[in-house]
Design a protein around this ligand. Structure first.
Ligand SMILES: *Cc1c(COP(=O)(O)O)cnc(C)c1O
Length: 405
């Protein structure tokens, strides 16, 4: 097999669509104006381009362009939504409910707010990664101001029941924020219809450029307000100051337009490839798919290969296939993914998982190659493993007394 350079890590970031880059280029050169410059055509041209991109992005999520605040990405949007709502509404209450499987941009922001006096409830999820709706509703208190639930999980692709959560929020008069970074542009997302009041997303997860994102903020029924986290020239209706990233925003708009146009076609193709990959890899013994497979993004598969350490497995084809493992590198050691742990996986199964995230530019040939290379890798690793040998001999591994290490 010849060396390849296969990218199956689209949940980390997607490549820019060439059509996006083409649209951006003039805004670095002849149309380089500052969208806030009022006195000359350079400024007007830039402002017009931003207005158009705002319409494109709004259209993708069925929102009013005035409900779109451009930011530097989903991390900033998450921060603005959580901190901005907390500061604006803390007289009403200080309690925020979220999930243990949220992105770090939500979890760490919640913990920061906790230090400033917020009461935070981080709920467990069910074994399949879905929120328990009864538990969620029971967690609401008189001082609850917001529920924050991500639309689709970045590690497992599991899609939460947004409509039902929206109904619970409406019933209790609580704001509903969603980090929808992994969903927007890939599946239909209509926050107003589902009762979502604030929604974060990012261009570079949907074939747009890095460093630009958005926060949707409902303007009617209810009109939601957030306290700005970046002050300055009063850009973005005072909610996010700073010179607008005009080329980035133009690219984001184009990416949104393409996503809308190609969504059905992309989903059909990529889900077929994902299913093929999964079917191929699940030929291997003791291989498990993590998370609910019915309520799941079409391009994601998170698989545990029991008794095979994911990081080691990746070394067997390191240069060929770009993937994420279920282990996160902290300062000193490899920690198992907190998302997989929240699903109830043991450390071993979490460490033995790989996340496959396909994309618009993944080819069938690449999937075929990945199946072959990974199957070989798993078999090779297991052949070297004394634990696997014991397992094959029928030893009950739960009864073995392991040496301390
Ligand atoms: C990538 C990602 C983020 C962070 O987005 P940036 O634009 O890189 O800041 C936040 N939430 C989720 C679910 C993501 O997948």
């Amino acid at each position: 097999m010849a060396a390849r350079n296969i990218y199956l890590d689209n949940n980390a970031t997607t490549p820019c669509d060439p059509r996006v880059v083409e649209t951006m280029v003039p805004y670095f050169f002849e149309r380089h104006g500052n969208a806030a410059s009022r006195n000359h055509p350079f400024g007007w041209v830039a402002e017009e381009a931003v207005d158009y991109a705002r319409e494109q992005v709004a259209k993708l999520i069925h929102a009013d362009p005035k409900e779109i605040i451009f930011t530097s990405g989903a991390t900033e949007s998450d921060n603005l939504a959580l901190k901005g709502v907390y500061e604006m509404y803390r007289r009403k209450g200080n309690h925020i409910i979220s999930l243990k499987t949220e992105h770090k941009a939500v979890i760490d922001t919640c913990h920061k707010l906790e230090k400033q006096g917020a009461e935070i409830t981080m709920l467990d999820v069910k074994r399949d990664g879905l929120v328990d709706l009864a538990e969620l509703e029971a967690a609401i208190q008189p001082n609850t101001i917001m529920i924050s639930v991500m639309w689709a999980n970045n590690e497992t692709g599991v899609i939460q029941p947004m409509k039902e959560i929206g109904e619970i929020c409406k019933k209790h008069g609580v704001l509903f924020f969603s980090d929808a970074t992994q969903a927007v542009g890939k599946i239909p997302t209509n926050p107003r219809e589902l009762g979502i009041h604030l929604m974060a997303f990012s261009a570079h997860k949907m074939y747009g450029p890095k460093g630009v994102g958005a926060l949707y903020i409902s303007r009617k029924n209810p009109r939601v307000k957030v306290t700005a986290q970046i002050d300055g020239g009063g850009h973005e209706r005072g909610m996010r100051s700073g010179t607008l990233n005009v080329p980035g925003i133009v690219g984001f708009g184009k990416a949104a337009e393409i996503a809308m146009k190609d969504m059905e076609k992309d989903t059909e193709r990529v889900s077929r490839l994902r299913d093929k990959l999964e079917k191929g890899l699940c030929q291997l013994e003791e291989t498990y798919i993590n998370g609910n497979t019915e309520h799941r993004m079409p391009h994601v598969s998170n698989i545990s290969f029991k008794h095979v350490e994911g990081e080691g497995l990746m070394m067997t084809f390191n240069q060929d296939i770009a993937l994420s493992s279920g282990s996160a590198c902290t300062s000193a050691s490899l920690e198992p993914s907190y998302v997989l742990i929240a699903l109830g996986l043991g450390d071993d199964l979490a460490h033995s998982s790989l996340r496959f995230s396909l994309g618009r530019f993944t080819t069938e040939e690449e999937v075929d190659y990945a199946i072959e290379a990974i199957s070989k890798g798993v078999t090779h690793m297991r052949d070297l493993s004394p634990i696997w040998e014991m397992y094959k001999e029928g030893v009950d591994l739960d009864k073995v007394e392991w040496a301390e290490h």
